[in-house]
Ligand binder design. Structure first.
Ligand SMILES: *[C@@H]1O[C@H](CO)[C@@H](O)[C@H](O)[C@H]1NC(C)=O
Ligand SMILES: *[C@@H]1O[C@H](CO)[C@@H](O)[C@H](O)[C@H]1NC(C)=O
Length: 434
């Protein structure tokens, strides 16, 4: 009898670790596979969801060439082997070389097929996605390309930051939101806005508006664009793409610069579902010692977790963090491991305590044969065994929190079912020995 119970428990445990049990928890309307927000937590199929993940901005770009698609698949494969369950990537490429959007409203089918492939592969590997819709920087077009398009249509443009206010540019951007969200995936037939593989949309990668330090411009833009996006898509979560820089009220917590955002106010906008933070002390505190950068990181992580929990009262995802190996004098990864360990510990200790941290995505993961994409921040899992071990351990630790918080009522439902099955077997006279 006891052996039977232990066996059932073990089977449940293994299924839960593998995520297959989630498919079996049915009946309360929470089981549609979309990640949702409840309080300061993310939920998936009625169970808290924690993300251990990575950035791979290049996925669509690579997948647009069918002969390179194996890089996307092997990236997901290798990530999954380390328990990574969330990838953040670009759903934009505006103008220039290999664009998704040639010009406002005119799309490149090869690129869209690439993005289709990325989403269908992510689904196959059980990976969720965060898809960003435009860049603050001019890599892959960005807000600069948008204002140039408007300028060539006769609009008066003074700076790139007119992206946030020019009515023609705002229409271009809304049209991009709509084009992406209503795209039907050619591999799966599922319209993007109905696809639970996508965990969240992001309005802009590293949204910044240095020309308005008050933060009002960004606040108004997020409010307008977030409402527009939600009017099309009620299924998915939405975040703004903030790095975490504070406004006036907490200026002293920033590095020595401000970028026209307000971590608190921007994330308090009701249609924003969760907060995001990026962490690059090596870029933000240039010339300072590694020790100073680490102590900045420590404070940066914990302040944002506290703010998310107490003031914003929404989950917080550490959507980018990393350290460049190019400026570290040694080639061994001890310093990077210390950095990763600090981020992972902050997330885990908040999460295991029921706090607002819901995960972290390191920058960046590449597939093999992508040496030209190395930027010093890449973590080649096959070459960096100590960092890869840390990453896999974080996945396991976050998974164990999910396991612990698995609702008791659901477990007992499964148990009862298993019991019924066994007792009916016993009644039939078979196998009464245990
Ligand atoms: C994929 O595209 C082709 C060509 O446009 C079309 O015939 C086919 O129906 C599409 N498949 C899906 C699943 O949307
Ligand atoms: C690396 O060092 C160079 C030269 O000192 C500097 O310009 C650059 O900003 C540094 N990069 C980082 C990420 O610290």
């Amino acid at each position: 009898m006891k052996v039977g119970f232990i066996l059932v428990f073990l089977v449940l445990y293994v299924m839960l670790e593998q995520g297959t049990l989630l498919l079996q928890v049915k009946g309360d309307g929470d089981d549609d596979g979309f990640v949702k927000v409840r309080g300061v937590h993310l939920m998936l199929n009625g169970i808290p969801y924690y993300a251990n993940g990575y950035n791979a901005y290049w996925l669509m770009y690579m997948a647009s060439d069918p002969s390179e698609r194996n890089k996307v698949s092997s990236c997901f494969q290798e990530a999954t082997n380390h328990g990574l369950n969330l990838a953040r990537t670009w759903a934009f490429s505006d103008g220039g070389y290999k664009p998704l959007q040639y010009s406002p409203g005119s799309y490149n089918e090869d690129m869209f097929l690439g993005l289709d492939f990325v989403i269908s592969e992510a689904r196959r590997y059980g990976t969720k996605l965060v898809l960003s819709l435009v860049n603050n920087y001019d890599n892959f077009g960005g807000k600069k390309q948008y204002v140039e398009w408007a300028k060539s249509e006769g609009q008066t443009i003074i700076s790139e930051d007119d992206f946030y206010t020019n009515p023609v540019v705002k229409e271009y951007y809304k049209n991009h939101i709509k084009s992406v969200l209503t795209r039907r995936n050619n591999f799966t037939g599922v319209v993007y806005k109905d696809d639970p593989t996508i965990m969240a949309w992001e309005l802009m990668n590293e949204i910044r508006c240095p020309s308005d330090q008050s933060g009002n411009t960004v606040q108004a833009w997020i409010t307008e664009m977030a409402s527009y996006l939600k009017s099309i898509d009620g299924n998915h979560l939405l975040e703004a793409g903030l790095e975490g820089f504070y406004g006036q009220s907490k200026q002293e917590y920033n590095p020595s610069f401000r970028v026209g955002t307000d971590f608190i106010a921007n994330n308090q906008i009701p249609v924003i579902d969760f907060a995001t933070v990026h962490s690059y002390p090596d870029q933000w505190l240039p010339g300072s010692s590694y020790e100073d950068q680490i102590s900045f990181l420590d404070r940066w992580l914990n302040d944002h977790i506290q703010d998310a929990q107490n003031t914003i009262q929404k989950p917080v995802l550490f959507a980018e963090f990393g350290v460049s190996m190019t400026n570290i004098s040694t080639t061994d990864s001890t310093l990077r491991d210390q950095f990763f360990n600090m981020v992972y510990s902050a997330i885990y200790s908040s999460a295991s305590d029921g706090g607002a941290a819901v995960g972290g995505l390191f920058w960046q993961l590449l597939a093999q044969g992508m040496d030209s994409f190395r930027d010093g921040y890449e973590v080649p899992l096959d070459e960096s065994s100590s960092t890869a071990t840390l990453i896999a351990q974080e996945s396991q630790k976050l998974n164990r929190i999910r396991m612990k918080s698995f609702p008791r009522v659901k477990i007992s439902k499964q148990w009862n079912k298993a019991r019924e099955v066994r007792s009916s077997r016993w009644k039939g006279g078979a196998n009464e020995r245990n």
